[in-house]
Write a protein that binds this ligand. Structure first.
Ligand SMILES: [Fe+2]
Length: 438
């Protein structure tokens, strides 16, 4: 999940924040909840004779998930087209192609409803397409300056329902869509409540086909959202804006964050081995999808911090998958570096991971958490041992990565619970070259 936020809201008085706020789509969860998609759409005022678009990719068409969705919708009397050219980590051009398809197939006003079916990339493509059709123009109009024009979205558009087929990104509930800008080697988010879906339908039977490596990588992203959420600063460490409209979307951890993080870490850490090693274990898949949802809800309030900030330059330059990048960077950044900010929080996470912390100091418990996390990575058997194995990254590359992180990710870095300099980031990248001996 790509989090963007601004801590320094304008127009504030010098008083401490006392209010937190969260917006969520309608959520429908459980085995075969796909069979309730038409009901969900009608609940969003989709007419009986409506025409919609399923945004997905070729793999999900080949597996049969797209057919399952379209046959269900057609049996319910709705007509539906399928756009199956979503790309992994979609570029601005990829999103434009989907928007062009909508305009050619359904006219400028677009479809009556949209369904995003797939991983974060399919869901983000659907989010951007729906938003741009409703607001006009192209994706770059709504990407922040200087890359885009930074225009604000003012309309949400026709109903959008998202159906994740991975347990990881949380794109089904987040108010952001991430697009890459290949010529600049960067990714940019369109972040707005108008990007958020109206509903999420989470059916674990759609996730059993996910292969072991993607299961592991998306799980580590979800775990990152939950741990970063639990260990970030509290919402009341910010200043209260005079205008509630100026309150940042991601404003630090709240009691809601903590509750969802705890459950997410428990579900994810206790089920990921089963889900990776036996993909047909539906109970493990259900727990993973629930854990990823809860991690995303935790992230909805808290936002992400140092690890996600460092992951974006790595992903942009080396085209690594988001989840595996998070997995490789978490021990050195989220755990090792940030533990100094509040070791007790990390001792809590160690216990959620099943570490017996009896007799340990908080710092010792945080160290034990790091060992347990690295052990989990090794047990999954499909994750790289560090940045070196991930993308042949060497000590010579670290200066560039550290500079990019500091220059392009200030919004995330400002929110890190421990202040961080470029030298610190360089040291953390060096630590993350090898998390264990190959
Ligand atoms: Fe993420």
């Amino acid at each position: 999940m790509g989090y963007e936020r601004s801590v320094s809201a304008p127009n504030h008085e010098l008083s401490t924040e006392t209010v937190w706020h969260v917006t969520m789509p309608e959520i429908r969860f459980g085995r075969d909840s796909t069979d309730e998609l038409a009901f969900q759409l009608r609940d969003l005022d989709v007419d009986d004779d409506a025409r919609g678009l399923v945004v997905t990719d070729e793999t999900l068409v080949d597996i049969g998930h797209a057919d399952r969705v379209t046959e269900h919708l057609e049996a319910a009397g709705l007509s539906v087209d399928v756009y199956d050219e979503s790309e992994r980590e979609p570029s601005v051009e990829a999103a434009e192609r989907c928007i062009e398809y909508v305009r050619e197939s359904a006219g400028e006003a677009g479809y009556d409803f949209y369904v995003g079916l797939g991983g974060g990339s399919c869901m983000d493509t659907a989010k951007v397409a729906r938003a741009v059709i409703a607001n006009g123009g192209s994706p770059l109009d709504y990407i922040a300056e200087p890359t885009g024009d930074g225009k604000a979205l003012t309309e949400s558009g026709d109903p959008l329902v998202l159906m994740p087929t991975t347990a990881g990104t949380g794109a089904e509930v987040s108010p952001v869509a991430i697009l890459s800008v290949p010529e600049k080697e960067i990714k940019e988010g369109i972040s707005s409540n108008h990007v958020r879906a109206d509903a999420a339908v989470l059916d674990p039977t759609l996730t059993t086909t996910l292969p072991p490596d993607l299961t592991a990588k998306t799980a580590m992203d979800a775990l990152g959202h939950a741990i970063e959420g639990y260990t970030t600063h509290e919402y009341d460490s910010l200043l209260r804006p005079t205008d509630p409209a100026d309150r940042p979307v991601y404003a630090g951890r709240t009691p809601l964050t903590e509750m969802f993080s705890e459950k997410a870490i428990d579900l994810l850490s206790n089920n990921v081995r089963a889900a990776v090693h036996n993909g047909d274990d539906l109970e493990a898949r259900e727990n993973m999808l629930q854990g990823a949802l809860f991690g995303a809800i935790a992230g909805l309030t808290a936002g992400a911090s140092l690890c996600h900030a460092m992951a974006y330059p790595v992903g942009n330059r080396y085209h690594t998958k988001h989840g595996e990048t998070i997995a490789v960077l978490t021990p050195a950044s989220t755990i090792d570096y940030n533990a100094a900010s509040d070791p007790g929080r990390f001792a809590d996470v160690a216990e959620m991971f099943g570490v017996d912390t009896t007799g340990m100091t908080d710092r010792e418990a945080a160290d034990a958490l790091k060992s347990q996390y690295v052990q989990l990575q090794q047990d999954l058997n499909v994750l790289p041992s560090g940045l070196a194995e991930l993308a042949d990254i060497t000590e010579e590359d670290v200066d560039w990565l550290a500079r990019q992180t500091v220059e392009t990710q200030q919004r995330l870095l400002r929110c890190n619970p421990r202040p961080v300099t470029e030298d610190d980031v360089r040291d953390i990248f060096l630590d993350a070259l090898h998390n264990w001996e190959d």
